[in-house]
Design a protein around this ligand. Sequence first.
Ligand SMILES: [Zn+2]
Length: 331
Amino acid sequence: MPIAVIGGTGIAAMTDLTDVRDETVETRFGTAHVTRGSWRGRELVFLHRHGPQRNVPPHRINYRANIAALKQLGVTAIFATTAVGGLHDDWHPGTLVLLDQFLDFTKSRPTTFFDLPQPLLAKEGSSGDSPPSQEGSGGGSPSSQEGSRRDDPLSQEGRRGDDPSSQQGSEGGDPSSQRGSEGGGFLGQGGRELPVHIDMTAPYCPRLRRLLLNVAEQMNLALIPQGVYACMEGPRFETPAEIRMLRMLGGDVVGMTGVPEVVLAREAGMCYAGVSIVTNYAAGISPNPLTHQEVLEAMAEHAPKLLRLFLAASEAYADEDCPCRHTLFEP
Ligand SMILES: [Zn+2]
């Protein structure tokens, strides 16, 4: 099964792949754009979370379309990178941090695949008579005129486009293409009577984290073995007061895109590991005002070593069963 690499700011593409082709993936949450290729016999999918034009701001990224697309392509494991500000004085630009926890301060993003009112969840095998959507502002079809309900909300067919961001920017899907009935359940689980609350004790896959640590050691690449990612809404940078708060709360790095991506991957039953590249000192730590340009310059200098790590880890990856794949299946 293919492995995915999600890149962000400062990462234009995966180099060194063979048999490279760009593809557009339609999902019920919108459209995603990926580049597929091979690396030493391993099938890889590269997804730039900011879209093919690299211009979708963090709070407008269609995270659900991105993760749903990877799921549809059969991806089982995701290596994701984020450009971050460092919250420690001695974490210099270029520092690589293997994430193990996050703090979520986002405000306006769809954060789950399971956002339907429970009465709308379908029973497995039922069909047709879906009630009206209660999310009328979401731009989707208010009611279904089509076919049977689907159990898997990641299935392309079957649910209305309910993601406001799916109608905007390069990540946006065509609302008219998103039709169908309200989906319920998940991955063949059939109707669910209860809200879905997934476990986040270990939000980043422990198996992928071990793999990355081992590979980094073999490569003699410095990788801080754990870090707490504080996700802010953006697109503005943080105030010095916010940075002080994040440090007090245990944050190690601060960025704008790591959440809900990691959560959605877990909901979709995929292993996900995140490595952050410190591109600058956070506000109040840096002596100078923050600029996007310094982030880009730091990424240009330091991203290649992280991509080498991801490629080596992809080569060493064993596509074996993992608890991440069963989060929703456990009682
Ligand atoms: Zn896993």
